[in-house]
Design a protein around this ligand. Structure first.
Ligand code: CO
Length: 144
C-alpha cells in the first residue's frame, strides 16, 4: 500500500536559513515554496532524489505564528523531525484501510498538500508517537 517515503517533515524557526543549510550541506534543491494558511506554515520542499515510485523530499516547515500546530510543536519539542510522509497510490483507499485496522485518523478525508498532492494525517498515538502523513501525488509521480 505504501509506495515510498515521500518526505520527512522538519519543523524549523527560520525557513530561509534551513533552506540555505540543506542546499549547502546536502546539495538539495528547492522544488517549491508555499504558504499554507490553513495549516499556519510556510514550507519548502527540498528535492532529495527520484525513484521508480516517484520523488522524495525534505519538507521544511516554519510556523506563521506561535499559535499554530508547528508553532506549538516548536515550543514543546524544539526544532527537529515533525512527521513522516509516505507515498500511496490512492489516499482515500489507504485511509479506509488504516481506519479499518484501528488507526485513528486525524483527517477523515483527504485535503490539499504541497505541490498539488492529496494528503491525510494519521494519529501519532497509534503509530508509536510518529505523526504520519499519506501522500497521493497529482496525476503521475513524475509530475511532482
Ligand atoms: Co508533510
Amino acid at each position: 500500500m505504501l509506495t515510498r517515503i515521500d518526505h520527512v517533515g522538519i519543523a524549523c524557526r527560520d525557513l530561509d536559513a534551513k533552506i540555505a543549510f540543506y542546499e549547502s550541506a546536502f546539495g538539495l534543491t528547492v522544488a517549491s515554496i508555499e504558504v499554507n494558511e490553513a495549516q499556519g506554515v510556510r514550507e519548502a520542499m527540498m528535492h532529495v532524489a527520484d525513484g521508480p515510485a516517484g520523488s522524495s523530499y525534505v519538507q521544511l516547515l516554519e510556523p506563521t505564528g506561535p499559535d499554530t500546530p508547528v508553532g506549538r510543536f516548536l515550543e514543546r519539542r524544539g526544532e527537529g523531525v515533525h512527521h513522516v510522509g509516505y507515498g500511496v497510490t490512492n489516499v482515500t483507499a489507504a485511509l479506509a484501510a488504516m481506519g479499518a485496522a484501528g488507526i485513528r485518523l486525524i483527517d477523515e478525508r483527504p485535503r490539499h498538500g504541497s505541490m498539488g498532492a492529496s494528503i491525510a494525517f494519521l494519529h501519532p498515538a497509534d503509530i508509536g508517537g510518529v505523526l504520519t502523513e499519506l501522500v497521493q501525488a497529482p496525476v503521475t509521480p513524475e509530475s511532482r
